[in-house]
Design a protein around this ligand. Structure first.
Ligand code: SAM
Length: 322
């Protein structure tokens, strides 16, 4: 059986019998005024962060969600889009599509604004998305791409890039890991399917996105996720896994490389009212300006004693230089 078939088997089982310990993170299950998440959707929350951010969802965007799970995030997206087929949900596992379809019926009972027809469920594969080029404003996936091996991950990212409109955004949550993992763990298809042994270091994950052409990357959150300990897993050392929330925006690639926002800011505290780097960044006296890592590097080379550049907070929430 290939690792992709093992993955399908794992999620067939998780569709038929909810597994509350699968994935899951420190994220609260957020509910907004009038938005109620049915218990069954909470039990089938197989993600590792959130991909639903209100600021991505202005102007009635066409939304694509790949790897539907129990449907919780599709319901949260539908809360913002509220239109027939406003959210397209794609999954390769029939049983998962069936389970989420049932869960949307329950969501209708608990949410008077919601209709199942707001979500268009389709059978399909992340590696071959059954949608036209440039037809989507916001694409999302949560805890699926970390399962893919390198060539499949490239393909999955390319597919998202293809279906997004120019300036469209791919919003993701996935585990990442800075430590090397041994081959036994890497080749354990079941652990990979369970989102435990496929994760990449954050910089590699980002590079896969920029290599596909995304010109802007936002790291929105970085949180503790799991430990692989020697007494439970085939490892001699304790391996620490994090989960990240990342948005990759289909902006044109700048000539000097991608803008990657990791939560850095610059503050000018010199004698003048402002500092202008004449490349589009104006630092007002003692006001923070969110900057991408490229700009942080360029400002640092000026060696000024009156510009403070913060460390990455890995919490970038909009605004900024590029
Ligand atoms: C870890 S679960 C995440 C579910 C959901 N995103 C969530 O946050 O609860 C992975 C999901 O991806 C689906 N899946 C697995 N392989 C897939 C593929 N190649 N294409 C599309 N969906 C896939 C599974 O059926 C499952 O629904």
């Amino acid at each position: 059986m290939s690792y992709l078939e093992t993955t399908h088997e794992v999620y067939k089982k998780a569709a038929l019998t909810p597994d509350v310990g699968l994935c899951c993170t420190t994220n609260p299950i957020w509910e907004l005024p009038g938005l109620k998440i049915p218990t069954i959707m909470q039990q089938m929350n197989y993600g590792c962060g959130s991909t639903v951010h209100a600021r991505d969802l202005t102007n009635s965007p066409k939304i694509l969600y790949v790897g539907v799970g129990g449907g919780m995030e599709l319901l949260q997206f539908a809360y913002f889009s509220r239109q027939e087929k406003g959210v397209i949900g794609i999954d390769v596992v029939d049983e998962m599509l069936e389970a989420s379809r049932k869960n949307f019926k329950e969501a209708e009972v608990q949410n008077d604004w919601f209709k199942s027809s707001f979500v268009d469920l389709k059978k399909g594969d992340a590696l071959n998305i059954p949608l036209d080029d440039e037809s989507i404003d916001v694409a999302a996936q949560n805890c699926l791409f970390n399962i893919f091996k390198t060539e499949d991950l490239k393909k999955a990212i390319q597919e998202m890039y293809r279906v997004l409109k120019p300036h469209g955004r791919l919003v993701m949550s996935d585990p990442t890991c800075e430590q090397p993992m041994n081959e036994t763990l890497r080749n354990d298809d079941r652990l990979r399917a369970l989102c435990l042994s496929g994760s990449l270091p954050l910089a590699e994950y980002i590079k896969m996105l920029t290599d596909a052409g995304f010109g802007t990357i936002e790291i929105r959150a970085r949180k503790p996720y799991r430990i692989l300990a020697p007494k439970h897993y085939a490892t001699n050392e304790v391996i620490y896994i994090e989960s990240v929330e990342v948005a990759a925006i289909k902006d044109p690639m700048p000539a000097d490389g991608p803008c990657i926002f990791t939560g850095k800011a610059a503050i000018y505290f010199g004698e003048d009212a402002l500092f202008d780097d004449e490349k589009g960044h104006i630092l007002l006296q003692n006001q923070p300006l969110a900057i991408c890592d490229k700009t942080a590097g360029a400002l640092a080379t000026l060696n000024r004693q009156d510009i403070f550049i913060s460390e990455s907070t890995f919490h970038y929430d909009g605004g900024g230089c590029c």
